[in-house]
Design a protein around this ligand. Structure first.
Ligand code: SF4
Ligand code: SF4
Length: 504
């Protein structure tokens, strides 16, 4: 049955629409629905839609009907299922559990978000007892698969506890019928061959920071008596080779790297991308600076405006697309997150860009002393002397206490875009997110003031860029983008107990 024959309102009547929002991008308008569909409309078409004057049976009517813009005889069941699928992350509970196993770090970074401590400060190491309590709480999550991420400081500075958590967590997951993935975020400088062999044998996912060519990386990240860049790049290559030697597909199993963009990067977009390509990286995450930790103090030296970031970002993206068109496969992670939200029926559940955000309901951060925070960024604010995002302690709370705490509820409300002035009427609301910790640190309140919020400006600019690419309808670029949407499973990283090894 065609939409025309199904239309149940007389032609003369206005055609009612679902809630939709629009935004001018280039010469056209991007209109979006809550369930995540979009359409490109010129001014006359937008006017027809707003005024309910669409003519049934026309291609535009069919398109907008199929995408759920129109209420008349809409398949409400399908639309509600689409919406449900888009926000399915809210049913999963906390999937990411960040364990800060130490604050000690062997490097000093100009923008250190974690507020590191010196290598001699062993009192900032997590104990085995606290570690087990954190793992027990993490495994109480309703999700049957969780990720335990080792953060610091430099987590390899408390390597024995990392090993213990992997063994204990694997055993506990097995007994509970759950799956757990372990992820190590490290500067790699404390790695050695024995540790590498253990990490690969135990299928620990490894991520690092690569801030660009040697001069930029070493300017940002100071390693006493040595070059931080040389160490990082050496170990990235060694790890990738070790995965290959272990028979793992290098397309799936390799070191993930991200770049924290400082002012020095702004004129070096191509150099940064080239560095990633040179080191065999398949992705680069162009992450804007956060106003936490040392970055809050050094912001005047290393910071920049949202507009400056977007100029840099667009130049880097131009170059990345150009390289892909020449056959070099490398994706940009921030753009890929938004593209997946915009172009697929699913949400990638990136915890900082969703509504509500992941604070306490999608992720939990556990400090070295067992104190619990909404997220690692909330913990960073604590390291700066402000406990506003502190929830409690693993010594005295259950997971239910954490998730239902007033702090978590407040952050969920503050990051629910439907109720935020500016976001509620923004065309990008279905794909976007706001960070209450960023808003608090930058603007003094967990609710954003979007007209002056730099993160809003960056997200808006990145989404404008994506919609411009989609409007251009260039098949070659579209093919590149389509490759970025594929979510690849990495089953070898999953611990369900069967991978448990006996040696420590
Ligand atoms: S508060 Fe910010 S950093 Fe924390 S989970 Fe939400 S978006 Fe992410
Ligand atoms: S944060 Fe900014 S870009 Fe995102 S939905 Fe809100 S107003 Fe729109």
């Amino acid at each position: 049955m065609s939409a025309k024959t199904r239309l149940s309102v007389p032609a003369a009547k206005k055609i009612p629409t679902n809630l939709f929002r629009w935004r001018r991008v280039g010469s056209r308008n991007v209109a979006t629905t809550d369930h995540g569909t979009y359409a490109f409309l010129d001014d006359a078409q937008l006017e027809q839609l707003v005024e309910g004057r669409l003519e049934a049976g026309t291609p535009l009517f069919e398109e907008l009907h199929q995408k759920g813009f129109l209420v008349a005889d809409a398949d409400i069941e399908r639309l509600s299922q689409d919406y449900d699928r888009k926000v399915s992350f809210v049913y999963r509970g906390p999937v990411l559990h960040i364990l800060v196993v130490t604050l000690r770090c062997n490097e000093v970074c100009t923008y250190c978000h974690a507020s590191r401590s010196n290598m001699s400060d062993t009192e900032t190491d997590m104990s085995v007892t606290t570690a087990e309590k954190c793992v027990d709480m993490a495994l109480r999550s309703p999700s049957d698969t969780i990720t335990i991420e080792f953060q610091g400081g430099e987590p390899l500075a408390n390597y024995e506890v990392v090993q213990h958590i992997v063994h204990y967590g694997s055993e506990r997951a097995k007994s509970l019928g759950k799956r757990v993935m372990f992820s190590l975020v490290s500067n790699l400088a404390l790695l050695d061959e024995a540790k590498l062999a253990w990490l690969v044998e135990h299928r620990i996912q490894i991520s690092t920071s690569l801030d660009g060519p040697k001069d930029l990386h070493d300017k940002n990240r100071n390693l006493a008596g040595s070059s931080a860049y040389d160490r990082t790049v050496f170990w990235m290559k060694r790890i990738n080779q070790a995965y290959v030697d272990a028979g793992l597909d290098p397309q799936l199993y390799h070191v993930e790297a991200l770049a924290t963009i400082t002012r020095d990067h702004l004129s070096r977009a191509r150099d940064l991308v080239d560095e990633y390509v040179r080191n065999g990286c398949r992705a680069v995450f162009l992450r804007p600076l956060n106003p936490f930790g040392f970055a809050k103090k050094t912001g005047a030296k290393v910071g920049y405006s949202a507009q400056d970031f977007l100029v840099f970002y667009n130049e880097a993206l131009d170059y990345i697309l150009e390289l892909n068109l020449k056959g070099v496969e490398i994706l940009e992670r921030l753009g890929a997150i938004f593209m997946t939200k915009i172009m697929t029926p699913d949400d990638p559940n990136y915890l900082d860009i969703r509504s509500p955000c992941g604070a306490g309901i999608g992720q939990i951060a556990y400090n070295y002393d067992g104190s619990i925070f909404t997220c690692d960024e909330g913990r960073m604010v604590h390291q700066m002397g402000d406990d506003v995002f502190l929830i409690g302690s693993v010594d005295s709370m259950t997971l239910k206490d954490v998730v239902t705490s007033e702090t978590v509820k407040s952050l969920a409300m503050a990051s629910c875009l439907d109720s935020i002035p500016g976001c509620a009427t923004c065309a990008y609301k279905p794909f976007c997110g706001t960070c209450p910790v960023f808003n608090y640190t930058e603007q003094g309140h967990i609710f954003p003031q979007n007209t002056t919020n730099p993160r809003c400006a960056i997200y808006m600019g990145v989404q404008d860029r994506i919609f411009k690419e989609l409007m251009a309808e260039d098949d070659s670029t579209r093919n590149v983008i389509n490759r970025w949407l594929v979510v690849k499973d990495r089953p070898e990283y999953m611990h369900d107990g069967r991978r448990l090894r006996t040696s420590v």
